[in-house]
Design a protein around this ligand. Structure first.
Ligand code: 1GP
Length: 259
């Protein structure tokens, strides 16, 4: 795969990168940074990790950001890396043009109209002015074995992990509405990740890249998720606890390298 450099050169879009790598069956890794927890030390540990060059995207944000400033976090990241910085917003106040792009999430597994369209209306002009690349994403919450911050804050019921048919129909509807990406999330710190059966059912139904996150804590987890059809694997919690996990994550990605 090509090496893209971001921040200053916005000529190659991030969507193009994700879509072309996914079409070439190349797997991708996204690291989720929680601005509440990201210290300079943590960011240094991440970027100096020998496996950091295998990280494709950095997601910044969360369903509940209290103390940490998104802008400060993005600026600190920009000093350290040229990798694409993508906001994973929990609310409109996380929109910041210091990033390269934003996952414009619509929580399509839920029936909370605010998270389906309301916040988007409030943010539309700000997003237009921001110059951020907007990645229209159908966000599907899947039950990960415990109540996560995202399910609590969003007030929505996740799709049961043993109901692949519901997930597949939801993802299909999302792409029919024009979403360019589908994100299957069990929420940060979930007890387990989305089941391979559910991921495969979604992947087989749609032709846009599939992002999978929440509860991925081992190389075997990452390999199972990639094998089931995930194009991008997102890891947050486990890397906060054990930065060395990036090596295992990289091995999982490399197991699927197309030579
Ligand atoms: C959460 O998908 C992300 O929205 C990552 O989850 O922190 O459990 O890795 P974890």
């Amino acid at each position: 795969p090509q090496n893209y450099s971001f921040h200053n050169t916005k000529t190659i879009s991030i969507l193009h990168k994700i879509s072309s790598l996914a079409a070439a069956h190349q797997k991708m890794i996204a690291v989720l940074i929680d601005p509440d927890k990201a210290s300079d030390n943590q960011l240094d540990t991440l970027v100096f990790n020998p496996s950091f060059n295998q990280v494709d995207f950095i997601f910044v944000g969360g369903s509940l950001v209290t103390d940490g400033s998104i802008k400060t976090c993005l600026e600190r990241l920009k000093k350290r890396t040229t990798k694409p910085l993508i906001i994973f917003p929990g609310s409109p106040n996380q929109i910041d043009n210091a990033a390269d792009a934003i996952l414009l999430l619509s929580l399509i597994s839920g029936r909370n109209s605010d998270l389906l369209i309301g916040r988007h209306v409030e943010s539309a002009h700000k997003l237009k002015r921001s110059g951020l690349e907007l990645l229209s994403t159908g966000y599907i919450l899947v039950d990960g074995g415990r109540t996560t911050t995202v399910s609590y804050i969003s007030g929505t019921t996740p799709i049961p992990n043993d109901k692949p048919g519901i997930a597949a129909a939801t993802a299909l509807a999302g792409t029919q509405l024009g979403h360019q990406l589908i994100y299957l999330d069990c929420g940060s710190g979930a007890s387990h990740h989305a089941s391979p059966k559910l991921i495969a059912a979604v992947k087989n139904e749609i032709d846009v890249p599939v992002i999978v996150g929440g509860g991925i804590t081992s190389q075997a987890d990452a390999e199972a998720v990639f094998l089931a059809g995930a194009d991008v694997v997102v890891v947050g919690n486990k890397l906060e606890e054990d930065p060395g996990f990036l090596g295992e994550l990289t091995k999982a990605k490399e197991a699927f390298m197309v030579l």
